[in-house]
Design a protein around this ligand. Sequence first.
Ligand code: ADP
Length: 263
Amino acid sequence: MSAPMAGTDHLSHIEHVILVLSGKGGVGKSTVATQIALGLRHAGKKVGLLDLDLCGPSIPRMFNLQNQDIHQCPEGWLPVFVDKDQHLSVMSIAFLLEDANDAIVWRGPKKTAMIKQFLSDVVWRDLEYLVIDTPPGTSDEHISVVESLKSYNPDGAVLVTTPQAVAVGDVRRELTFCKKTHIPVIGIIENMSGFVCPHCTECTNIFSKGGGEALAKQFHVPFLGCIPLDPKLTHCLEQGKNFLEVYNDTPTHKALDAVIERL
Ligand code: ADP
């Protein structure tokens, strides 16, 4: 799709901009970003979710919105609504790709240019919250996103980690990165933290537990809680369902209630 005319500034009027970061891919950053956006929507807010994870833009799949065409207006690109009442809209790099693998092969400057365009040219209209799923790690794209976003005064970053030591090591680097770039840290979420048996509700810690909380203490940042491994989410993806449909039934939703109250 050709690029729209360079738009006016569509971000600076948004009341709250929240970044979701992780030290590496696969820890559930996009899942958490999606669930935060859904939680805010359930709290009655008007929310946008921007998928800037060029390495693996997975958010459209979580809303069963693959192959969705995005539309242009003279001011820029229009995001796609997830719900009928139009309280949650999504924009993803995946909507612009003819082939899902295209993003992976792009070189740095092309990715950086696309991110900048996404930040300036999506017409979000009257949002209260914009949740941004950022590229993982401290890659060039990541630095580019954060630098571009600093002028919009984001509320801060939610950092996602899994309990394993390696991921926690990555998130430590991410915390240092936030400090260096002066992005406030809203807190750390430990994802895939235990498995709650659907039959007896006993929680088994498949990986270790507590790394996220220990790290939060060490860096003097809030610990936002643990999200268990949630088979309903996996099932939902496999069945091609929209996360919106199962939001109220998932342990993830309960785990995130306290986080939503802080935002
Ligand atoms: P990232 O954005 O960090 O690369 P994703 O959010 O895409 O990670 O998650 C990677 C995979 O793990 C996806 O298949 C997702 O459905 C699954 N996943 C993430 N968090 C959970 C969870 N709490 N319970 C079950 N599956 C999860």
